[in-house]
Design a protein around this ligand. Structure first.
Ligand code: PLP
Length: 462
């Protein structure tokens, strides 16, 4: 399996190199040259299997020669043992034909653990085999950083540096990043918002001397291996609701478009997904773009669902690449226009996107109202991101197609917002109850590329 860049100018890579590289050298994102398809029979055969076995069957065709079957199975097994639920991604029912897919049973209580825990194992296995060392640099609006740190802490051949927007992540998110004592973990609080953090990480990847000197590796949601790991739970959920013999729709609280893009890949693999619904908070650039074709960032307004406070939605480029007939030059042109303020998706491309993707927006008041209503109606306490999805799902779902809303974080990750909305303060699961007593370690940095690069050169041990 070969991986190609969405901008058409970077060399083709193997799975291993695409995974260790992250961003392509032409500024694009890696995607598989072709998407493997599972037959209806292959999909039916997933019924009743463990999460791990389903994960193996869904992902294996993408891996090429990087790992043996046994190595890959061992990585999957280790990745999910730390989850607090035997099903890994269990579902509960909210109302007739509307289900909640609980993706928050991992070690940092957000769906990002599904991909990050696996990537940690895959990196370690690959690096041990070829004797390489890498420096992981990531930007986070909160959950990616804690998931990355949890997945890579204590590994010998990896340093991990996480940039988060100072003062704009929840206390639980911050503490999950600043309290691990491992020497290879470096939490950096940057002045700015998430888009600024993400922009500095992209700058580092585009600064090839630095990139090569420190062996830069990316684990942000642009990393193909992360997208791939997330494809799995679309299969487990849809199969348990009757796929391949019944269509299922999903509503995904969306920021960087990584999670929902995994659903898109599942559909291209043959999973009968009817609609994929993008749910945004008040930072609704994706909703506006999917409705009108206009992609124009106009500044982030902080919300109570901070992991979706985004205007530059990186993985959307992968969907655009397909919508534009895999024309890398056309994608490059749109991305250049974006630097000058925004772009318009060409008519044919927009139609292509609208055939599968629907979208909706949820205001701050509606988010709080949904948390309150769902607690009263079902006894489920939702995190604010999940509430955004549930609100949009209820608006857009159709009666005869089961709807799955993705619960992307545990409510205890956002206790203040949840308590303000519902009057109930969600407690942390017992395995992390001492989080508030642990000592914090964090470095404050300016929004300044040179300063951040110097700090990374100095601190890394690899
Ligand atoms: C990251 C995150 C999202 C957004 O996911 P994307 O893949 O960036 O679209 C939604 N909810 C939570 C809780 C998250 O951590």
């Amino acid at each position: 399996m070969k991986y190609i860049s969405t901008r058409g100018k970077a060399p083709e890579l193997t799975f291993e190199d695409a995974m260790l590289t992250g961003l392509a050298r032409d500024g694009g994102l890696y995607v598989p040259a072709e998407i493997p398809v599972m037959s209806a029979e292959d999909i039916r055969a997933l019924g009743g299997l463990s999460y791990e076995e389903t994960a193996f069957r869904v992902m294996w065709p993408y891996l090429g020669e990087t790992f043996t079957e046994d190595e890959f199975r061992a990585c999957i097994a280790r990745a999910y043992t730390g989850f607090g639920h035997a099903a890994r991604a269990p579902m509960v029912q909210l109302e007739p034909n509307h289900f909640l897919l609980e993706l928050f049973h991992g070690p940092t209580l957000a769906f990002k653990d599904f991909a990050m825990q696996l990537i940690g194992q895959l990196f370690q296995t690959a690096l041990q085999k070829n004797g390489r060392k890498v420096t992981i640099v990531g930007a986070t609006s909160g959950d990616t950083g804690s998931a990355a740190i949890e997945a890579f802490r204590g590994l010998d051949n990896v340093d991990v540096f996480i940039l988060f927007p100072h003062g704009r992540v929840s206390e639980v998110q911050r503490r999950q990043m600043t309290t691990p004592a491992d020497k290879n973990v470096h939490a950096l609080a940057m002045d700015g918002d998430f888009d600024d953090c993400q922009a500095r990480v992209k700058d580092m990847f585009n600064h090839f001397d630095f990139r090569d000197d420190v062996g830069l590796a990316g684990v942000n949601s642009i990393n193909w291996a992360r997208v791939l790991a997330q494809v799995v739970y679309y299969f487990t959920a849809a199969v348990s609701l009757g796929a391949p013999d019944r269509k299922v729709s999903f509503t995904v609280p969306t920021g960087n478009f990584g999670d929902i893009f995994a659903g898109y890949i599942a559909r291209r693999m043959g999973l009968p997904i009817d609609k994929l619904i993008v749910a945004t908070n008040q930072n609704d650039i994706l909703h506006r773009c999917l409705s009108t074709g206009e992609y124009r960032p106009d500044g982030v307004t902080p919300s109570i669902s901070p992991s979706m406070d985004i205007q530059v939605s990186s993985n959307f480029e992968r969907a655009l690449f397909d919508a534009l007939g895999r024309d890398g030059a056309a994608v490059s042109q749109l991305m250049d226009e974006m630097k000058a303020g925004g772009f318009t998706v060409p008519q044919g491309g927009l139609q292509h996107l609208q055939e599968l993707f629907l979208s909706g927006r949820c205001s701050e008041d509606e988010t709080r109202e949904t948390i309150r209503d769902m607690l009263a109606q079902t006894g489920e306490l939702l995190c604010p991101h999940t509430a955004v999805a549930v609100k949009v799902a209820r608006e857009l779902r159709v009666a005869d197609v089961p709807m799955v809303s993705l619960a992307t974080a545990h409510p205890a990750k956002f206790p203040d917002a949840v308590e303000a909305a519902s009057g109930v303060r969600p407690g942390l699961p017992p395995r992390m109850a001492d989080l508030f007593d642990r000592e914090e370690r964090v470095t404050r940095v300016a929004n300044d590329l040179d300063q951040i690069e110097a700090l990374i050169r100095e601190r890394r041990s690899a």
